[in-house]
Design a protein around this ligand. Structure first.
Ligand code: HEM
Length: 443
């Protein structure tokens, strides 16, 4: 980037570390400050790494339409390689990685989604069966547990799910802890979180290889993601090596687990904050679900208010706040030329708060019109690397909240402003405790 056409640098950079310390405390808040101070393009420095935050629909479109050769997704996400493993995703060459993403989206094709809807409905109903008439729960913990059950069941099938112990969730927790700002800079340092990550990854490999071997032995027809990976074929007709399948499972689980459980947690908080909207969504649930009493069928039907509620929640609280691309070949945008080595950062958290695109951005508005620009709302990213689990995630929250709102009214236990956005890792989530009260609805 030549000096004359560089975006302005955000204030407060320290001589050696730049903005690293401030970014570390709360990436989303730092990026928000960067945008407020510098606007559409804001340069910042993470320990010598040059980054530019790019904000707004036009900038998103330019980035999302660029080729992988020009703006690489793989280069800035190398810290994920120890999590998923060599040979998987960004630990594989681009043409292999692209085919692996196809295997993932194939696992989420419509015919499988019908089966997943049944599995999710069964899991959710079992989960809340003994909640009684009223009570108080930490809904962040609740949704973590619930989504772990639904995800492992859809991924690995009923037999694996029935054997699930708390160990599996704990191992995933250790993987998540290592997805931090320090991992972006050096994912192999001496940090204890990284050795816990490596131990957890090794143990998961063992557990999942057992399941792969069992399935190979058992044969038969199975509608789950594991089976899709076992049957997958690259363009040259070869299948995936069995040793790589645990990495695919960890990848899809990782992509969907915390994103979905945090979204459900935030939805419950926003339902508690807005009883008037809760009434509207509950009425829709009663209309759609009340007549069929089949939760899986309900989750597959259109529920415009529930979907709008999920979208508005994802606008204000997108779990992934910093999506990165590394410049590999000079990239031009509005007269600025970004040179190789620069990392471009798209932040759904910041872009969803631009008032010209989302008037009164801090206000949760269930009836907010959709922005015209297709690259304005980006909780699931955009372009050719848009989330392949979007429909699955929405199906899941529809099943969860249809089950909950048909039975219970939800209210906050603590004052609304105490449910804060925290980022102990690179994923945005509600602060602890995230307590809600549920009370049986009068029919
Ligand atoms: C509310 C829930 C979810 C949110 C907010 C979310 C968000 C995102 C975002 C922002 C990206 C793009 C990342 C980038 O451009 O750097 C992405 C990619 C991806 N997501 Fe999701 N996701 C969610 C649920 C899921 C689920 C449930 C699955 C799988 C079952 C999934 C699988 C994936 C995969 C495989 C990719 C990579 C796509 C590619 O590289 O082409 N996600 N997600």
């Amino acid at each position: 980037m030549t000096d004359s056409i560089r975006p302005q640098i955000v204030s407060g950079a320290k001589p050696e570390t730049g903005h690293y310390e401030e970014f570390l405390v709360h990436p989303a808040r730092f990026l928000y400050r960067a945008w407020q101070e510098r606007g559409e393009l804001a340069e910042f420095d993470l320990g010598g790494m040059r980054n530019v935050l790019v904000v707004g629909p036009d900038a998103h479109e330019a980035v999302y339409r660029a080729s992988d050769e020009q703006l690489s997704t793989s280069a800035p996400y190398q810290y994920m390689v120890p999590v998923f493993g060599e040979g998987i995703q960004y630990g594989a060459p681009l043409e292999i990685e692209r085919q692996q993403v196809k295997f993932l989206s194939n696992a989420l094709r419509p015919v499988n989604m019908k089966r997943y809807a049944q599995v999710i409905a069964e899991e959710v109903e079992d989960f809340i069966a003994d909640w009684g008439d009223a009570g108080e729960r930490d809904f962040h913990e609740t949704f973590k547990e619930m989504v772990l059950g639904t995800s492992t069941h859809c991924l690995m099938g009923g037999a694996f799910r029935r054997k699930l112990t708390t160990e599996f969730g704990e191992l995933f927790h250790d993987l998540e802890e290592a997805i931090s700002v320090s991992a972006v800079l050096d994912a192999h340092s001496e940090d204890g979180a990284f050795s816990r990550r490596d131990n957890a990854r090794a143990r998961l490999q063992e557990m999942l290889m057992e399941a792969v071997a069992e399935r190979r032995c058992e044969g038969g027809e199975h509608i789950d993601m594991l089976q899709t990976f076992l049957d997958a074929r690259y363009a040259d007709g070869t299948g995936m090596a069995d040793e790589l399948i645990p990495g695919m499972i960890i990848w899809i689980m990782f992509a969907g687990f915390h994103t979905s459980s945090n979204t459900a947690s935030w939805m419950s908080v926003e339902l508690g904050r807005h009883p008037e909207y809760q009434r509207e969504v509950a009425e829709e649930v009663a209309e759609v679900y009340g007549n069929s009493s089949d939760l899986s069928f309900t989750a597959l039907r259109e529920m415009p208010l529930m979907e709008a509620f999920a979208n508005e929640t994802l606008r204000l609280h997108p779990p992934l706040c910093a999506l990165m691309r590394e410049v590999m070949e000079p990239f031009e945008y509005k007269g600025y030329v970004f040179e190789p080595g620069t990392t471009l950062v798209i932040s759904p958290y910041v872009s969803h708060r631009v008032p010209e695109v989302f008037p009164e951005p801090e206000c949760f508005d269930l009836h907010r019109p959709e922005p015209e620009h297709i690259f304005a709302s980006i909780p699931f990213g955009g372009g050719k690397r848009k989330c392949v689990g979007n429909a699955f995630a929405i199906l899941q929250v529809k099943a969860i909240f249809s089950a909950l709102l048909s039975r219970y009214e939800l209210s906050l236990v603590d004052p609304p402003e105490t449910y804060e956005e925290v980022m102990p890792s690179l994923i945005l989530r509600p602060s602890d405790p995230c307590r809600l009260r549920y009370t049986r609805r009068e029919r």
